[in-house]
Design a protein around this ligand. Structure first.
Ligand SMILES: *[C@@H]1O[C@H](CO)[C@@H](O)[C@H](O)[C@H]1NC(C)=O
Ligand SMILES: *[C@@H]1O[C@H](CO)[C@@H](O)[C@H](O)[C@H]1NC(C)=O
Ligand SMILES: *[C@@H]1O[C@H](CO)[C@@H](O)[C@H](O)[C@H]1NC(C)=O
Length: 460
């Protein structure tokens, strides 16, 4: 308000011409403002005067009250206003500020004092848990990553709703091990670049979060370790994701027939209540599927021989189910298999030696079944510690089931209703049309299988 007057008094002794120029500029400004023409130029002129005059950089609003006389003393340091207007590095960043502050208000438990950094306008550099990147089509920074993994945020009203859908430039949302509750907002589908959604180990309940089905750009969907229940909608398995972790929930349903339409590399259904048998169309996943965990569900029926088509598979775990039948010979085609776990089922018959000959096998677990025989290659693996056949019915081997249990099992009727092939058990897909492919895979290091890490609640 008082700046103009201050300027004129300060420049009293200057040459008249200079003063006149100042006055003219000032009047232009005043005129513009009075005439209601406070346009960009008008404001800019005034701002330039004040900058040149006394070095005050902001806050000139060109109002007529500027004429009110001011004290001659240098202006006092501006009193800190309680809510200074924030200057954001871009309009995209400005967009998300309020959503972050609203979330902060809901976080009642913050053991790592993360939210104390959520002050001011420098979201990209100062706020822990957030990262920015240039938004395609805008050419300026936007909020691209939320990385809340392991922050343990909590609060009775800590919901994703009201937060995530207000971050339009989001590409990664990782919130492993927090206390988020409630629903996933439907508007999540309006976030065009959302590629990774990790809500694992939170307090999410209810039906499968069907809202994510519209987020068709997702490549990573991790909702393991929540309390989701009911059925998984079939559309989930048409998502073009690389990773689908839905283990450790309460999903209860017949295993979906289109499960293997999913082009994922890692699929974990473990520790749920899936029932029914493994679909025979599992071969559809052969181009992509590397690790699949069915362990600890309620699966029944026999292993479809088409599993032998999974030539990219490195981990296959169906342990702790109620599966039965012999191991199909097609398993001898799983040339990249490293960890094969069939333990704690009701498998029987002779273990095909082809399985024990698989070139990349690191662990073959067949314990707690009813197998009655193994070949030479398998014996070798037992000596190497690769194969575990404890608690089966293999005569002459240590640590087997009591004979009476084996006899009782042997008398039970057995059949494999889900076999679609003519001679399913002897079908060896990799032998068709030429010599058997048994090339050693070009292994990319000895990384621990990704999917087993998913069986821990912590982040991957
Ligand atoms: C005000 O000054 C800035 C830089 O100091 C300049 O870019 C701008 O064009 C000036 N505005 C006017 C209206 O003279
Ligand atoms: C968080 O802040 C509180 C209070 O200022 C302090 O007692 C505690 O040690 C801090 N915790 C961490 C992890 O910095
Ligand atoms: C997926 O991403 C593209 C840009 O790569 C975008 O145009 C499209 O709207 C996105 N789809 C959804 C459903 O967000």
């Amino acid at each position: 308000m008082a700046k103009m007057a201050t300027i004129s008094s300060k420049y009293k002794s200057f040459p008249t011409l200079f003063l006149i120029i100042i006055i003219i500029l000032f009047q232009t400004c005043l005129h513009n403002c009075q005439a209601g023409l406070v346009d960009d130029i008008g404001v800019a002129i005034c701002a330039n005067i004040s900058v040149a005059g006394v070095g005050v950089s902001v806050g000139n609003n060109c109002s007529p009250e500027a004429e009110v006389p001011a004290p001659l003393a240098p202006p006092p340091a501006p009193a800190p206003t309680p809510y200074p207007p924030l200057q954001f590095e871009s309009e995209r960043i400005k967009l998300v500020y309020q959503a972050i502050q609203d979330l902060k208000a809901k976080i009642k438990y913050d053991p790592q004092n993360i939210t104390v950094t959520w002050v001011g306008s420098d979201i990209c550099n100062k706020y822990k848990g957030f990262r920015c990147a240039v938004v395609p089509g805008f050419g300026v920074n936007g909020l691209s990553d939320v990385q809340f993994n392991g922050f343990n945020f909590g609060g009775p009203e800590l919901t994703l709703d009201g937060f995530i859908e207000k971050l339009p430039d989001l590409s990664i949302f990782h919130a492993n091990s927090n206390g988020f509750t409630g629903l996933i907002p439907r508007q999540i589908t309006d976030i065009p670049y959302l590629f990774e959604l990790d809500l694992s180990n939170n307090k999410l309940t209810g039906q499968f979060p069907y809202q994510v089905l519209g987020a068709t750009n997702l490549t990573f969907l991790d909702i393991r370790f929540n309390s989701f229940s009911g059925a998984v909608p079939p559309q989930v398995f048409t998502l073009d994701v690389d990773v689908l972790f839905i283990n450790n929930n309460n999903f209860q349903q017949q295993i979906p027939a289109n499960l293997f339409s999913i082009p994922a590399i890692y699929v974990t259904l473990a520790n749920n209540k899936f029932t029914g048998s493994i679909p025979g169309n599992i071969g559809k996943a052969s181009k992509t599927l590397s690790e699949v965990l069915f362990l600890n569900n309620q699966l029944t029926g026999c292993l479809p021989p088409e599993i032998g088509l999974l030539n990219k598979a490195t981990v296959f775990d169906v342990s702790q189910n109620q599966l039965t039948g012999p191991i199909p010979c097609s398993f001898g085609c799983l040339t990249n298999m490293e960890i094969l776990n069939l333990a704690n089922n009701q498998f029987y018959g002779i273990v095909p030696d082809e399985v024990c000959n698989l070139p990349n096998l690191k662990k073959l677990t067949l314990s707690y079944n009813y197998f009655t025989g193994i070949g030479l290659a398998c014996e070798k693996l037992i000596k190497n510690g690769v194969l575990d056949v404890s608690q089966n019915c293999i005569a002459g081997f240590p640590n087997q089931r009591p004979v009476k249990d084996c006899l009782a099992f042997g008398y039970k009727p057995k059949w494999c209703p889900n076999h679609q092939l003519k001679d399913p058990l002897n079908w060896i897909p990799c032998r068709q049309g030429g010599p058997r492919r048994m090339t050693r895979s070009i292994s990319t290091g000895a990384a621990f299988p990704v999917s087993y890490n998913a069986l821990q609640p912590q982040r991957l």
